[in-house]
Design a protein around this ligand. Sequence first.
Ligand SMILES: [Zn+2]
Length: 322
Amino acid sequence: MKKMHIRISVLVIACFFYFQTFRLSDLQTNIKRMKRILPILFLIPVIASAQRDWSTATISTTKVSSGIYRLFVDNRVAVVAFIGTDGVLLVDAAYEQTASLLKQSITKLTDQPLRYLVNTHIHGDHTGGNLGLGSGVDIISHHQVKNFLGTERRQGERIIPAFPEYALPNITFSDELNIVFNGEPVIMKHLPEGHTNSDIIVYFPDSKVLVVGDLLFADNFPYVDTGNGGHPLGYLKNVEWITNQYPDDVTIIGGHGPVYTISQYKDYLQTLLNTAEIVKTAKQNGMNADQMKTNRILQQWESMGSFFITEDRWIDTLYPYM
Ligand SMILES: [Zn+2]
């Protein structure tokens, strides 16, 4: 708690100095800048989540189709459970801290054992739960997930140790992997250079359910992890490929936000394409990223910046690639 106070105090002081740099004579600019700093203030819960009391975390369970459930962990990240006579297959594992809660939620649905755990990509809100759920379970992913989790790395000032063997994927692939589980095909496909370079999508053709991981931040601008092989144009290309590939009545489950129909996913793609076009045109007209932010060129989509990637961060994401 003390640490949290110190963190918030530091943030308040940082905000104070930020505002101190404003020239009081330029009130309009100040108001614009204050509007821009608001999303930073919304990031406090994100920063605080590292320190949060996980005992208050919740999981809400929704039935998507016969045998397929969406477990929405902490109102932030989606896990999909496929349950049948062979046991349970999970797509994504959420956080390490919510793994036991996830286990309890699955126990409420079935007494069948967890057999497979699929990681859609490297990030900790999708793989952290491997540490609490992975023992004695086959973990499937793109091979880059195993490389990433199996290597000690630095995150800011923290050293993140390599995952122990039991929590690492033991079944990996490069392009596509198909299995039959609970009497149904499960089709896993790698799409390169999108959200990261380790993204896979998981399709249940009999149920017409498609899990796309973080290739969908429903109703929000997406995060593109360019430091780990992601690319904003690749992201758009992959989303476009998905919308052309699967049937019109498929249910799309993304890593964050509500479940989509394919027509909503097409609208999402169109919105992202429109924002990219606006940034591209502004750049061709000589604007730099800061000017685009000051002029709020994506203001029309303000509501899409409320989760993680703000309007400004989406401009920063697109700008170098336009
Ligand atoms: Zn992610």
